[in-house]
Design a protein around this ligand. Structure first.
Ligand code: SAM
Length: 243
């Protein structure tokens, strides 16, 4: 997968080259290019923003600069690309979004700042046949799109084949079956007088699977009942309902 990020703060994206993602880049599983939006300005101040039409506080990112930047970035390399624009006013980014995007060849992220990007940049991209997703990482407002891009790229990249050491990790994560994952334990058996649940030490795989499923149901009911409400009619069996 190829990922391009356009931003006025390229150094904000440096963590993409760390740890798991850095190794994925080194191994050729992921290609990341970060572009400085100011490279497409033509004035001495390298201005990327201007005051909003209609008045109001804050500044809006200028369409000319974004238009030229996206024209160039989308043109090279010649791969089908999805344009992702982080915004608190977008559709929620979820694990399902991450799975869908992991099947793409190329994602191009446009990081907004201030009050966001002039709307015509997105209208123009759509008119040219580019798929544009406006997405939010949560119901709160950040100062810029860079942190949202770090979140989304990490969620997508760990789903790419070969990136995780054990692909079962992603298959058993929270949300994969519509539920939150239950608690995890490691050695020692007793720590500060707290013992690991007996069933996890017993070696009965069916009993362990049942225990894990019950804890996942319990946790989801307690913390995210909306996820249970969203499950399909066949998602829970009789044993689940008894839990
Ligand atoms: N005026 C905008 C609004 O209320 O919808 C908020 C703009 S915010 C201060 C500046 C930039 O931060 C946005 O253009 C976007 O790139 C990013 N941003 C802020 N919150 C975000 C969120 N929850 N999800 C994704 N991006 C976000």
């Amino acid at each position: 997968m190829r990922i391009d990020v356009v931003t006025i703060f390229p150094s904000y994206l440096q963590p993409l080259r760390e740890a798991l993602l850095g190794r994925a880049i080194d191994r050729g599983l992921l290609e990341v290019a970060v572009h400085d939006l100011r490279d497409w300005t033509h004035d001495v101040h390298q201005a990327v923003d201007d005051s909003p039409y209609g008045g109001g506080p804050g500044m809006v990112m200028r369409p000319q600069v974004w238009g030229e930047a996206l024209d160039d970035v989308l043109a090279t390399p010649d791969l089908p690309a999805r344009l992702v624009v982080p915004t608190p006013a977008g559709r929620p980014f979820t694990q399902a979004t991450a799975h869908a995007w992991a099947a793409e060849e190329r994602l191009v992220f446009a990081c907004g700042r201030y009050e966001g990007i002039d709307e015509r940049v997105l209208l123009d991209a759509r008119a040219r046949g580019i798929t544009v997703d406006e997405v939010s990482i949560g119901d709160y407002v950040l100062v810029g799109g860079e942190v949202a891009v770090l979140v989304m790229v990490e969620a997508v990249a760990r789903l790419l084949p070969g990136v995780l050491g054990n692909p079962r990790s992603a298959a058993e994560d929270s949300f994969s079956d519509g539920l939150l994952e239950g608690p995890s334990y490691t050695r020692p058996e007793v720590w500060r007088e707290l013992a690991v649940p007996d069933v996890l030490r017993g070696g009965n795989h069916a009993a362990i699977a049942r225990w894990r499923r019950d804890r996942a149901l319990e946790r989801t009911r307690d913390r995210r009942p909306d996820l249970l409400d969203a499950l399909g009619p066949d998602a829970l069996d009789a044993a689940d309902r008894a839990a």
